[in-house]
Design a protein around this ligand. Structure first.
Ligand SMILES: [Zn+2]
Ligand SMILES: [Zn+2]
Length: 401
């Protein structure tokens, strides 16, 4: 029987926290200054006033020290008023327990916590098809407790978030590209050149990607073109002592379920997606930790849901798909694209919010996530509402702020 184990997801990849708790975190709540919020009633805990008494007085009150402490240490497990079970706040979700090594479930500081031996850590380094100053194109970073890591797509500007998260570029030597839309591979030239400069001298950078209907539609052709584009740069970097090799593993896009990587208990397989042209693919990573434990991650890449997604994604621990929120009028205004074109693009190339929820309900993952969307307040509520139409299980937006 498969056991449940550690799966951690970091969605606000570069949301570095600058807020540090004072030695006594309750000092803040006891200070006179904290009584300045209008509508809130100040109350000094040392007076030992009961919460019930304060609630009778009406208005809003601060949480008790015990409540705050419980949240900081273990998440919000139960609604204080109704007794209803809540999801854990912060990074922890229903069904995913805080890890033994973590001091608190309430926060997580990037690059300060080792990936544990049976942990899969998934960090979203870019989450939007539209590049903006605060949001890069799609890229998902998967780290395993065996010390290995995998990059799934490497959209434009996402490389900045790897660097911002403290990942040295020579640590990245396996990139799996779902398809050849530039928002899924735009940072590749930078990783290739500067990864080599940063010390990727022993192992080549390996690019895994699909073939296409014709040779010029395949991943190999794209990489060959990139190398031509980089001719001046590559020559200029030749002064450095070691090579900067690149290898391409171009697999047959039609080989649904085909395994393209099988090393050290980790297998990566792929299947076809319905997206624009032949060649768009989805990936599934299966990691066998030991005889009893395993973890699975799926990134569908772009496309409309099909039976293949259900067949190959069924029951995976973490299932991530793309989503296009059906707010066509708003999207047109924000992006300056005619509404008809937005409507057409969603219908023929992508997964709507409703379809994403439907797909999740078929797949029944431990945790369902959507990405590849602009993270804006006017979209987010609607996205959740659309997904929730069909999927009631654990769900989170994979966004980058
Ligand atoms: Zn895309
Ligand atoms: Zn695409």
């Amino acid at each position: 029987m498969r056991k449940i184990h550690q799966l951690s997801v970091i969605t606000g990849a570069i949301l570095m926290s600058s807020a540090v708790f004072a030695q006594n975190p309750f000092e803040h709540y006891q200070s006179e200054n904290s009584a300045s919020f209008s509508g809130y009633k100040h109350y000094n805990y040392e007076q030992n006033v009961s919460t019930d008494e304060l609630m009778k007085q009406g208005g809003k009150i601060y949480s008790s020290p015990e409540e705050i402490h419980a949240i900081l240490q273990g998440g919000l497990k139960t609604d204080i008023q109704t007794g209803e079970e809540l999801w854990k706040e912060g990074l922890m979700f229903d069904g995913i327990e805080p890890m033994d090594h973590m001091v608190t479930a309430a926060n997580w500081f990037p690059r300060t916590e080792q990936v544990q031996h049976n942990e899969m850590r998934v960090t979203f380094m870019g989450t939007s098809p539209m590049i903006r100053p605060g949001q890069a194109n799609t890229s998902i970073y998967v780290e395993l407790g065996n010390g290995d890591n995998f990059v799934f797509d490497l959209g434009e500007a996402s490389i900045a978030n790897y660097i911002g998260a403290g990942v040295a570029l020579n640590e990245l030597d396996k990139v799996f590209i779902t398809h050849l839309h530039v928002d899924h591979f735009g940072s590749l030239p930078y990783l290739y050149q500067f990864g080599g400069w940063n010390g990727r001298w022993e192992k080549p950078l390996t690019i895994y990607g699909p073939s296409g209907r014709n040779p010029e539609d395949g991943t190999r052709h794209m990489v060959e073109g990139m190398l031509q584009m980089l001719s001046w740069h590559q020559d200029a970097f030749d002064v450095f002592p070691s090579g900067n090799d690149i290898e391409v593993v171009e697999y047959d896009f039609k080989d649904d379920g085909g395994v393209i990587y099988d090393v050290d208990g980790v297998k990566v397989s792929h299947w076809r997606r319905s997206h624009a042209k032949d060649g768009a693919s989805a990936y599934r990573l299966d990691w066998t930790i030991n005889e009893e434990e395993s973890l699975c991650f799926v990134w569908t890449g772009d496309g409309r849901p099909t039976e293949l997604d259900i067949e190959y994604g069924k029951g995976c621990d973490l299932f991530v798909t793309e989503v296009q929120t059906e707010l066509v009028g708003l999207a047109s205004i924000v992006q300056g694209v005619p509404a008809f074109l937005t409507r057409y693009t969603i219908d023929t190339h992508h997964t709507s919010g409703y379809a994403a929820g439907w797909l999740a309900n078929q797949v029944q993952p431990r945790l369902f996530m959507t990405t590849h969307m602009e993270f804006d307040p006017y979209y987010n509520n609607e996205t959740v509402a659309q997904v929730r139409e069909h999927w009631k299980g654990p769900y989170h937006l994979a966004r980058q702020t």
